[in-house]
Write a new protein. Structure first.
Length: 158
């Protein structure tokens, strides 16, 4: 990553009280790499920062700040899709609520789509944690793969 790009990104934090950890998380960079780059840029007099103690810092002036274009931070996309799982034994499930029973469902819980995919493609069986009965997942909340098909099969888990 070149200096201009790093400085453009750090321009977002000028004057803010922040931490190396927060900046590295926001940028998706390794914290140690970021610290080394900030130290180097400070040594080369391309930026200044102030250590405030307790891990907090403040990015000060950036040399030729006007000529460096502010780089927008790209926030990471949400990667976890939670899939609704419900017990099919709604009459006898001790985890069922009155509302879930009205929908013919027992205990309702959620699991990540990736975990569900791993369970289905293994020899493991997903059962209701309250009564060990068959569970079913909400097919409408399944994420689509690159081929337009859901990433997990549309069969019952039993």
């Amino acid at each position: 990553m070149d200096d201009e790009k790093i400085l453009g990104i750090l321009k977002n934090f000028v004057g803010e009280k922040t931490t190396f950890k927060k900046i590295s998380e926001d940028l998706g960079l390794d914290k140690d790499f970021l610290i080394n780059e900030i130290f180097r840029l400070d040594t080369e007099k391309k930026l200044s920062y102030l250590a405030l103690g307790d891990g907090k810092i403040r990015i000060g002036a950036i040399l030729n700040q006007d000529s460096i274009e502010k780089t927008n931070l790209k926030k990471p996309k949400q990667t976890t899709r939670m899939i609704k799982i419900s017990c099919m034994n709604w009459r006898d499930c001790p985890g069922a609520t009155d509302k879930s029973k009205k929908n013919s469902e027992g205990l309702i819980f959620r699991i990540s789509s990736r975990s569900l995919y791993k369970i289905i493609n293994s020899t493991s069986i997903l059962k209701c944690p309250a009564c060990s009965s068959i569970v079913e997942y909400d097919k409408s909340s399944l994420p689509l793969g690159e081929d337009g098909e859901t990433i997990v099969s549309k069969k019952r888990i039993d």
